[in-house]
Design a protein around this ligand. Structure first.
Ligand code: LLP
Length: 483
């Protein structure tokens, strides 16, 4: 990240001109300014803002060469902005690290639940990655974006017969999660001329929270076969002439900052691989899932993509060599770390309510419908005014959304320069699990999304209109005649 302004490495107080005491009277330190952290262009997940973020000659924030406030005026707010350079940089970071640290074949599959659209699918495909889909909708979106089916997998703990049929018909590998999948596939697959390619997902017995993890014999998870069942499944599949067991899958969690659980996972998976191969399965793929965390606030310190890939690669190589196993193709499924940092959400500031001695609410024109993560997980974010990102903070506000829900708060304790109605506010690291988890709560239309690159912006998602929300309503005629 490059600043045209002088301030680039100071502390929070040097750039914002205030300390916590100035604005809150308390002892909490102000969050570091997003532009004061050392940038890591090779691993965007370690930055707060997209790698193309600049302060232009007007002192305003630019991403992908586009002034954010200008985008807000052109496309309206709330607006999801996605930086193409950051997304491509993360794709390349995964691909290059896999090539460098894993001696066998490898493929990173984008976990499209993080943000599914035609444009993102096309970009990720053009970078040579594959994709993980969990529904017919994600699958069709990826195919529509040009993702080759042979680079895709279909996940899900309760896939419908229609979803399985679609995957099988298009040649997408199915990640078998349970016996129900196998029963449904047995009804679909034998009629086809080629065998169906499968991975088997099992629960690895590694429970991972963001900052701690435990290994247990049994895990309370709805995903995948219990490890106790694995041998029976593998034996069953050996008797299914319609099935090719290509490999095994496990995933330990999301927004993980530790590397150790991923190292442990390799050992657990290598044991399973040994068992599968001893039962006659080719089992050439080992899919270790996703999970690498990102920086949402200054205090977050996730590992780099390179460190994550190196750890996983070395652990798989060592676990396989200890067991005398030929190296599998290594698959992984990054979602958040691939797309989150590329995203910035723009809002317009609206009303203000100052409660003396308590707090000041500043409301924006979006909230929990376009970003349900704060209300769902108490997730933290970083935000600045788009046209005055380096202006000294003068007040501490609670940034509220516009929904009829008291908990609809996007950021608590945000230090800002005095913001007026109409100012554009930029919230960082919103590229993952925001658009994809958005809703129409309060019948609020979903935002538009634009892809920015080299000073140009392309619309990649049209803004919903209030009228669109009536499209699937049906008014029975006996009710319409009542009025
Ligand atoms: N593979 C599988 C099988 C998964 O279930 C997931 C995420 C991933 C890959 C991608 O994990 P990532 O690299 O993004 O950590 N809505 C939550 C996150 C849910 C993640 C679900 N599974 C959030 O907003 O934090």
């Amino acid at each position: 990240m490059v600043l045209s302004s002088a301030a680039s490495t100071g502390t929070a107080s040097s750039a914002t001109g205030v300390t916590a005491t100035d604005v809150s009277g308390g002892s909490d330190l102000l969050p570091l300014h997003p532009f004061e952290l050392p940038g890591d262009p090779l691993s965007p997940n370690r930055n707060l803002a997209p790698i193309t973020t600049r302060i232009n000659g007007l002192g305003a924030l630019e991403v992908g060469g586009c002034q954010l406030s200008e985008l807000a005026h052109r496309y309206g707010t709330p607006l999801y902005v996605l930086d193409e350079a950051t997304l491509r940089a993360t794709c390349r970071a995964y691909r290059q690290a896999l090539e460098r640290f894993y001696p066998g074949p490898s493929l990173a599959l984008y976990a499209s639940k993080a943000n599914s659209s035609l444009a993102i699918s096309a970009l990720v495909a053009s970078e040579g990655l594959g994709l993980d889909a969990v529904s017919a909708g994600e699958l069709l979106t990826a195919l529509g974006g040009g993702m080759p089916p042979e680079r895709m997998v279909l996940h899900g703990n309760n896939k419908s017969a229609e979803e399985l049929e679609l995957a099988v018909a298009r040649g997408v590998t199915v990640v078998v999660d349970n016996w129900n999948d196998l029963e449904l596939l047995a009804a679909i697959a034998p009629a086809r001329s080629s065998r169906v390619r499968l991975l088997v997902r099992f629960t690895p017995g590694i429970e991972c929270h963001t900052h701690e993890y435990i290994r247990t014999g049994h895990l309370d998870s709805k995903f995948g076969f219990d490890p106790d069942q694995l041998e029976a499944v593998l034996r069953h599949l050996a008797e299914c002439p319609w099935a090719d067991l290509d490999g095994l899958h496990a995933h330990i969690g999301s927004q993980i900052f530790e590397l150790e659980p991923h190292r442990d996972l390799a050992g657990v998976m290598a044991d399973a691989l040994q068992l599968a191969r001893s039962l006659g399965h080719r089992c050439s793929d080992l899919n270790v899932g996703g999970g690498l965390g990102i920086r949402y606030v200054a205090g977050d310190d996730p590992p780099s993509i390179e460190d994550w890939v190196r750890t996983v690669s070395e652990a798989v190589v060592s676990a396989c060599s200890q067991r005398g196993l030929a190296l599998p193709r290594l698959l992984c499924e990054p979602g958040r770390s691939l797309v989150a940092t590329a995203g910035v959400t723009l809002y317009s500031v609206g009303s203000r309510k100052a409660i003396t001695g308590l707090r000041t609410y500043l409301s924006v024109d979006g909230g929990m419908s376009d970003n349900p993560r704060p209300i769902t997980y108490q997730s933290q974010y970083t935000a600045v005014l788009a046209d005055r990102p380096l202006a000294p903070a003068t007040e501490m506000v609670t940034l509220a959304g516009k929904h009829c829900e008291s908990g609809d708060v996007l950021l608590k304790n945000l230090a800002l320069p005095a913001a007026a109605s109409g100012d554009v506010l930029a919230v960082f690291a919103t590229g993952a699990y925001n658009a994809s988890m958005s809703s129409n709560y309060n019948r609020i239309p979903r935002p538009a999304a634009v892809l920015v690159s080299d000073g140009g912006a392309d619309l990649i998602q049209r803004r919903e209109q209030p009228e669109d929300l009536l499209r699937y309503d049906v008014l029975p005629s006996r009710l319409s005649s009542l009025s």
